[in-house]
Ligand binder design. Structure first.
Ligand SMILES: *[C@@H]1O[C@H](CO)[C@@H](O)[C@H](O)[C@H]1NC(C)=O
Ligand SMILES: *[C@@H]1O[C@H](CO)[C@@H](O)[C@H](O)[C@H]1NC(C)=O
Ligand SMILES: *[C@@H]1O[C@H](CO)[C@@H](O)[C@H](O)[C@H]1NC(C)=O
Ligand SMILES: *[C@@H]1O[C@H](CO)[C@@H](O)[C@H](O)[C@H]1NC(C)=O
Ligand SMILES: *[C@@H]1O[C@H](CO)[C@@H](O)[C@H](O)[C@H]1NC(C)=O
Length: 299
C-alpha cells in the first residue's frame, strides 16, 4: 500500500510536469466594434499537442487540432466572429466584438500520447460603449469666500457600463471625510452623476486658486477629466457668475495611481486619447486525467 501511494505521488508529480501550466490572457475590456486577441499559454513539455479548444460561456467556438486538415475550425456561438487567419494554437482573434461577446472565455489544452493530459483556464472579458464626451461639471461660481458652501455636480454621458466618477480638490482625491460626495448611478440609462459639497476654508485655496477636477473612468480603457477653477473672493460682496476656466485633461495612459487618490498632473490638454487595454492573466489548472491515474494506483 505504502509503495503504491509513493508511486502515485511520483507519477502524479511526473504527470504534472507533462502539461505544466495553462494560462489564459483576456483583455479586461474591449470597445464595442473593435478587434481583440485572446491568448492561451501552455507548456506541454515535449508531449505532442492533441487539441486546443476555446469556449465562450461553455460553448465551443474555436479549435486547433494540428493532426486535422484544416487544423483550425470555428463554430457559431452567439455573435462571436473569429478571424481564422489570425488564430492558431496559442491565440484567437475576435473581430467586430458585440456587447454580447462579454463574458467568460476558457481555453482547454489536451496533450496527445503518452500523457493524454487535459487542462483548462478561464478568464473574463467586458465589452464597453464609451461616453461621447468628457464629464461635465456644473454649479461652479467664479469666486468663493471663506465659509461659503461649494456644491458641484459632475455627469458623464451614456456609456455601457456607466463610468466611475472621481473628484479631486487641488489635485488630491476628495474623500468622504472631507466632503459630501453623492454618487448617482443610473443603471437604467447608464449615466453617472456625482455631487460634491464642502465648506470653503482658508486652506481650500492654493495660491489664491481652488481647482476641482472630475474624472470619469471605465475599466482600464477610458479616462477623461474636466477641471474647473475658482478664485478666492476677498471682497465683502457676494456675486454669482457663470463657470470660468474649464480645462479638459486627457491621459495618454491610465494614471498609475488613479484608484489610490494620488495626483497626476502631466495630462495633456484637449487631446482625445483612449489608452490601450492592459491584459489580465488568470491562471487556473485542472488536471483531469491525473485523478484517474491516481485512483487506479491506490486501488
Ligand atoms: C500564432 O500567430 C501569431 C501571429 O500570427 C504568431 O506570432 C505566433 O507565433 C503563432 N503561434 C503559433 C503557435 O503558431
Ligand atoms: C451601478 O450600480 C450597479 C447596480 O447597483 C452596479 O452593478 C454597478 O457596478 C454600478 N456602477 C458603477 C459605475 O458604480
Ligand atoms: C444599460 O446597460 C445595461 C448593461 O450594461 C443594459 O442591459 C441596458 O440595456 C442599458 N440601458 C440602456 C438604456 O442602454
Ligand atoms: C501663483 O499665482 C500667480 C498669479 O496667478 C502665478 O503667476 C504664480 O506662478 C503662481 N505660483 C504658483 C506656485 O503656482
Ligand atoms: C468602478 O470602480 C470599481 C471599484 O474600483 C471597480 O470595481 C469597477 O470595475 C469600476 N467600474 C468601471 C465601469 O470601471
Amino acid at each position: 500500500m505504502k509503495v503504491q501511494v509513493l508511486m502515485c505521488t511520483y507519477l502524479c508529480f511526473g504527470f504534472v510536469l507533462g502539461l505544466k501550466e495553462v494560462r489564459i490572457q483576456t483583455p479586461i475590456a474591449v470597445k464595442k466594434g473593435e478587434s481583440t486577441k485572446l491568448y492561451c499559454w501552455y507548456d506541454i513539455e515535449g508531449d505532442p499537442l492533441y487539441i486546443v479548444k476555446w469556449y465562450k460561456s461553455g460553448h465551443e467556438f474555436y479549435r486547433y487540432a494540428p493532426q486535422e486538415k484544416p487544423a483550425t475550425k470555428s463554430f457559431v456561438v452567439g455573435n462571436l466572429h473569429v478571424k481564422e487567419s489570425e488564430s492558431n494554437a496559442t491565440q484567437v482573434t475576435l473581430i467586430n466584438v458585440d456587447v454580447d461577446a462579454a463574458g467568460c472565455f476558457s481555453c482547454e489544452v489536451s496533450a496527445d500520447a503518452p500523457s493524454f493530459q487535459t487542462a483548462i483556464a478561464s478568464g473574463n472579458m467586458n465589452v464597453v460603449e464609451l461616453p461621447f464626451q468628457r464629464p461635465i461639471i456644473s454649479g461652479l461660481r467664479n469666486k468663493y469666500r471663506i465659509n461659503d458652501v461649494l456644491k458641484l455636480s459632475c455627469s458623464s454621458s451614456y456609456s455601457r457600463p456607466a463610468a466611475n466618477l472621481t473628484w479631486y480638490i487641488n489635485n488630491n482625491q476628495a474623500t468622504e471625510s472631507f466632503a459630501s460626495i453623492k454618487y448617482i448611478n443610473n443603471t437604467e440609462q447608464n449615466i453617472s452623476m456625482s455631487t460634491l459639497q464642502f465648506q470653503i476654508k482658508s486652506d481650500s485655496f492654493y495660491n489664491g486658486t481652488l481647482k476641482i477636477r472630475c474624472s470619469a473612468s471605465i475599466y482600464d480603457i477610458y479616462w477623461q477629466s474636466t477641471e474647473v477653477s475658482a478664485e478666492e473672493d476677498k471682497l465683502k460682496i457676494t456675486y454669482i457668475e457663470p463657470i470660468s476656466n474649464v480645462i479638459g485633461i486627457n491621459y495618454h495612459q491610465p494614471p498609475p495611481n488613479f484608484q489610490l487618490g494620488q495626483t497626476k498632473l502631466d495630462g495633456e490638454i484637449d487631446i482625445k486619447v483612449i489608452g490601450n487595454s492592459a491584459v489580465r492573466i488568470i491562471s487556473h489548472i485542472i488536471t483531469l486525467k491525473l485523478i484517474g491515474v491516481c485512483r487506479f494506483f491506490i486501488l
